[in-house]
Design a protein around this ligand. Structure first.
Ligand code: ATR
Length: 273
């Protein structure tokens, strides 16, 4: 029987998830469809009811519903309960179970490169929903410590508390105060939304050591100013589209129980961006 999947959020027009998942269905000859479904912030409850009525088989959740959606789940995978946010839902006869594939999606590019994060010193820019999944990822991989730099220091402090609670030594700084300290880190991640509109990097990378790992979770444009500056300093680059693919392939495997066709999904994604 044909299966139906969706991504819910607002805005949803520009989501690349329908392209990525549809390419996987074509590649594996699956009788499935995947649509973008716009649900505005205050109408999540009604939106979920509609999805249940059409017996949706599963859906992804994006901004602004990742945290609010937790209320509507009947079951939580550990990934979801630790992070406190959901991006992937399965529906089995009306029972909704939530997962968070952002953490594994974030870690996937390191795994692909055989990079071990144990004992590395991390600088994380940003303290929103995505940053929280990333902190959980570094904790899981036993990084040495993490400095969380954010525009709003209160949000950074909240995330520091979460990090310390799950066993990763953390401290908070105001993003303007980073100065030349980038040379003290092994991995630097941009988990703010800065770059999406082609803005300049929010920190200076002039003092970056060569071979520092620099990862931007912004995937559009592919080459953000942050990554361009890192390349000039001979950094090892990880692109935002790699995390997007990582979370999508994990979600695919949860829903379909077979290995995701990574290359077909990558081709579909890079064809669009
Ligand atoms: P997401 O779910 O994608 O992480 P979010 O929760 O809205 O989105 O978080 C966005 C992050 O980008 C936050 O860290 C935010 O900083 P604040 O906590 O100070 O809001 C950061 N951010 C967004 N616009 C920014 C800007 N112009 N300069 C610096 N940081 C910015």
């Amino acid at each position: 029987m044909s299966k139906t999947f969706a991504v819910i959020g607002d805005p949803i027009d520009h989501s690349l998830s329908p392209n990525i998942h549809s390419a996987a269905f074509r590649e594996l000859n699956l009788d499935c469809s995947y649509i973008g479904y716009r649900i505005i912030k205050d109408e999540l409850s009604e939106g979920i009811e509609s999805l249940k009525k059409i017996k949706i088989d599963g859906f992804n959740v994006t901004i602004p519903h990742k945290i609010e959606m937790m209320k509507y789940l009947d079951r939580l995978d550990e990934s979801c309960s630790i992070i406190g946010a959901v991006n992937t839902v399965t529906n089995e006869n009306g029972i909704l179970k939530g997962y968070n594939t952002d953490m594994d999606g974030f870690l996937e590019p390191f795994k692909k490169r055989n990079m071990n994060l144990k004992n590395l010193k991390i600088l994380l820019l940003g303290a929103g929903g995505a940053a929280r999944a990333i902190v959980a990822g570094f904790a899981k991989e036993h990084a040495h410590s993490i400095t969380i730099a954010n525009r709003t220091i209160e949000n950074a402090i909240n995330l520091v508390n979460f990090s310390n609670k799950i066993g990763l030594n953390a401290n908070a700084v105001q993003v303007e105060d980073i100065g030349n300290s980038v040379k003290n880190y092994d991995v630097i991640v941009n988990a703010t939304s800065v770059g999406l509109k082609n803005e300049a990097s929010i920190i200076s990378l002039d003092e970056l050591k060569s071979k520092t790992i620099v990862y931007d979770i912004v995937y559009l444009p592919i080459n953000t100013d942050f990554l361009k500056r890192a390349k000039e300093k001979d950094a090892i680059i990880i692109y935002g589209y790699e995390m997007l693919l990582g979370q999508a392939t994990r979600a695919f495997e949860i829903w379909h129980g077979v290995e995701a066709p990574y290359n077909a999904m990558k081709k579909a994604l890079l064809g669009v961006v």
